[in-house]
Design a protein around this ligand. Structure first.
Ligand code: SAM
Length: 232
């Protein structure tokens, strides 16, 4: 099943075969857009989107899987323990969590130098803070998660961003009409600069898969990694 890009997806079993998806995002436009797609694709009985802060999700539900995509960058170093504690509290024993997020390549840095971090803070993502991949792994472990797999998608994301820049430029007139000249220029320079930063290894994009163990034994997780590329 396609899951649209909301910030966090929680999956839980209903009966033996059906699954339900709960998607979270604070952003009103993403919420409205994903809701419209769910109705259009006839998925209303399987997928529910909640416009809410992940910290407010009740902890009694017990989810099998949680995927957090592009949201940890908004959490910040100071709140990282609370973030992983919340994920652990929401997972069932044996459950899996995927954390997908941009990280700083420099272990002690929280953003890029030369005024780039300030530009992003002022114009693109206010309140964001990058941590190092080792902070993600260490904090997740401290909250009780076992890291099962970790992959750095840095070169992939550089390539993806160049594609986005090209597409934006190909649709420049339409973009300017929708969001105005200033936003068009902000996003063009932000994405091109980010592509350059990923290409040069200043930022990384890590997917970390972690499990909540059942009485110390390994969560239900494939023995080999070939499942990742199945279907390619
Ligand atoms: C960079 S966007 C990524 C969106 C999407 N996952 C994607 O990959 O295209 C980050 C998203 O995280 C959401 N977000 C940030 N803090 C959040 C929070 N505390 N609870 C729920 N969503 C949050 C924002 O609303 C925003 O839509």
């Amino acid at each position: 099943m396609d899951i649209e890009p909301v910030a966090m997806v929680l999956r839980s079993h209903v009966g033996s075969t059906r699954v339900t998806w709960v998607c979270l995002d604070e952003d009103h436009e993403q919420f409205a857009w994903v809701n419209r797609l769910i109705v259009e694709r006839g998925l209303s009985s399987l997928v529910e989107v909640r416009k809410m802060d992940y910290r407010d999700v009740p902890e009694h539900s017990g989810y099998d899987k949680i995927a957090s995509v592009g949201m940890v960058e908004h959490v910040g170093r100071a709140n990282l323990t609370a973030y992983f504690d919340k994920i652990v509290a929401l997972l069932k024993p044996g459950g899996l969590a995927l954390n997908h997020g941009i990280t700083s390549a420099a272990p002690e840095a929280s953003g890029l130098g030369s005024g780039i971090a300030e530009f992003i803070e002022d114009y693109v993502f206010p309140g964001g803070e990058l941590v190092h991949a080792s902070d993600v792994l260490r904090t997740a472990a401290g909250s009780g998660l076992e890291c099962l797999d970790a992959e750095n998608l840095r070169p992939h994301y550089g390539t993806t961003l160049w594609h986005w820049v090209t597409r934006l430029e190909e649709h420049a007139d339409e973009a300017r009409r929708l969001i105005g000249e200033q936003k068009y220029r902000i996003w063009r320079i932000y994405m091109a600069g980010s592509a350059y930063a990923f290409d040069h290894g200043w930022m990384e994009l890590w997917q970390v898969l972690a499990g909540k163990s059942i009485d110390g034994s390994q969560p239900n997780y494939p023995f080999k990694r070939d499942y990742i590329y199945r279907g390619e």
